[in-house]
Write a protein that binds this ligand. Structure first.
Ligand SMILES: NC(=O)c1ccc[n+]([C@@H]2O[C@H](COP(=O)([O-])OP(=O)(O)OC[C@H]3O[C@@H](n4cnc5c(N)ncnc54)[C@H](OP(=O)(O)O)[C@@H]3O)[C@@H](O)[C@H]2O)c1
Length: 281
């Protein structure tokens, strides 16, 4: 008699993690594709990150997602990084291969995939608002599909400059700027794509972009997905622009993480339908 195979474990670590949609998404996928696995969330405070990775190793957890505030600090606890996470300097997915922890970044695929799904395969100039890990993932994604200028507008100018230095080898020109109405006016006039990579608009009716700076035919993507239609996206829609909400990025980055762990590429349109039916805004 062959021994019964133990149920595989996966998790997300972060702080806070209570509102994470990853358990809903991953457990749906494990069930849908008939895998004997489950996914749970673990609140991990900053000073216990190293211990948490060791526990994951000891328990034989097969893979995990990493969310705020550990996406950057996790790097020093991993054995290996894939090319993208090395460039972006942030990891959101880890695969445990016989105790060797391999870090990946799937956020950039979430950005690129969301754009592709909306028919955007090439971009001229683009504007990214924000200069954190999510903005870095967007820069990396645009580096694959843009040959124009990427403006990075940020509240703290030095952080925008930091992104320019980090991506000096990318084949795009990065122009860091301080967040101001004048810089927003000038740059929005010169781009075909705007991405909000700040938390502004999350559970609040606020936007950093004055509505009068939005115009027809451009694409506006918001990484925020609560609410699904943020003020920025509502203003963009009213101006006749094309809008891309943050749930697409969330779904596509999760699907990519699932593929890294299992080799299965999930149907993202079906996954989105499931998630939309199971979340309250
Ligand atoms: N949809 C998805 O799948 C997905 C994936 C990843 C992230 N996200 C979302 O993207 C957002 C950014 O994530 P992150 O990981 O990059 O965070 P992060 O590393 O903490 O960076 C946050 C960025 O937003 C700026 N910012 C924060 N509050 C601001 C405010 N009130 N006004 C203007 N700028 C502000 C910060 O500016 P300073 O440099 O001045 O601090 C920084 O550039 C979050 O809302 C996150 O939930 C979504």
């Amino acid at each position: 008699m062959t021994p019964k195979k133990e149920r595989e474990r996966y998790c997300i670590i972060g702080n806070p993690v209570e509102h994470s949609l990853s358990p809903l998404i991953m457990n749906y996928l494990f069930q849908k594709y008939g895998l004997n696995a489950y996914y749970y969330k673990a609140r991990v405070i900053e000073k216990e990150l190293e211990k948490a990775v060791q526990t994951i190793r000891t328990l034989g957890v097969k893979g995990f997602n990493v969310t705020m505030p550990h996406k950057k600090t996790i790097l020093r606890h991993l054995n290996e990084l894939d090319g993208a996470s090395h460039m972006i300097k942030a990891v959101n997915t880890v695969k445990n291969v016989d105790g060797r922890m391999i870090g990946f970044n799937t956020d950039w695929i979430g950005v690129k995939g969301s754009l592709e799904l909306h028919g955007v395969r090439k971009v001229e100039n683009a504007l990214i608002i924000g200069a954190g890990g999510a903005a870095a993932a967007a820069v990396y994604a645009l580096g694959q599909i843009s040959r124009g200028v990427i403006y990075i507008i940020n509240r703290t100018y030095e952080n925008a400059v930091g992104i320019k230095h980090e991506f000096k080898d990318l084949k795009v020109e990065i122009k860091p700027l301080l967040l101001s109405k004048e810089n927003l006016r000038r740059t929005t006039d010169d781009v075909s794509l705007i991405i909000n990579a700040t938390p502004v608009g999350m559970r609040e009716w606020k936007s950093l972009v004055p509505p009068e700076f939005l115009r027809r035919e451009i694409y506006v993507m918001d990484m925020v997905y609560r609410p699904l239609k943020t003020k920025l996206l509502m203003d963009a829609e009213k101006a006749g622009a094309n809008t891309i909400d943050g749930l697409w990025m969330l779904i596509i980055q999760a699907a990519e993480a699932f593929k890294i762990w299992t080799g299965i590429k999930p149907d993202v349109v079906d996954l989105r339908k499931f998630v939309e039916a199971n979340i309250d805004e």
